[in-house]
Design a protein around this ligand. Structure first.
Ligand code: IMP
Ligand code: MG
Length: 180
């Protein structure tokens, strides 16, 4: 029997092991190195809190001159279903003319990434590239054809590797899936 973890009122089973995540993160970093080869400088915009571990692992494998910024963005407010209301901090820093790499943990309804992109567009950026470790395509109609996606997953609720359920589980090295 595989291990079950109980967090508050929910139960989780292992979905993606730390090794599998590490291999995929390495591949994504190589793709980003190719994408940005020769770039003078990029601005990495990390969405907090969920992307903090993924971002830490990715940026250490990039060989591109970069500045790092962080923004708090959330559409969950504690539950397991996107609320439809995206709360973001204002953009701090000078983004005009910059090549931006948004690092996201997961694209679910797609509202967070849409909101972030429109904030950046009004800041007159030079380009915007998106990397997200996970995407739940059943949940959104966002065109991610130019985005870098680690894993395409079904509409399951997951925790670990930065992702939380009511602020619990971010520290787990692998990804765990809610069992219903
Ligand atoms: P969206 O705006 O609906 O695309 O939601 C994106 C945000 O919701 C992510 O950045 C996460 O913080 C959170 N989220 C979406 N799906 C999950 C999940 O399965 N587990 C934990 N957080 C999630
Ligand atoms: Mg997030």
């Amino acid at each position: 029997m595989s291990e079950i973890k109980t967090i508050l009122d929910l139960q989780f089973k292992e979905f993606i092991s730390p090794d599998v995540i590490a291999k995929r993160v390495h591949e994504i970093a190589q793709s980003l190195n190719e994408h940005f080869a020769g770039a003078e400088e990029i601005t990495v915009l990390i969405t907090l809190k969920g992307a903090f571990i993924f971002a830490a692992d990715v940026v250490r494998q990039l060989n591109i001159p970069m500045r790092i910024e962080m923004i708090r963005a959330s559409s969950y407010r504690g539950g397991t279903i996107s609320t439809g209301v995206v709360m973001t901090d204002p953009l701090i820093g000078d983004y005009a003319g910059k090549h931006i790499l948004i690092i996201e943990d997961i694209i679910d309804s797609g509202r967070t990434i849409t909101e972030l992109k429109s904030m950046l567009e009004t800041a007159n950026i030079a380009s915007c590239t998106i990397v997200s470790l996970f995407s739940k395509p059943d949940q959104h109609q966002i065109d991610l054809s130019t985005a870098y996606i680690g894993f395409t997953i079904p509409a399951v609720f997951i925790i670990g590797y930065g992702l939380d359920y009511q602020e619990q589980g971010r520290e787990l090295p692998g990804i765990w899936q809610c069992i219903d």
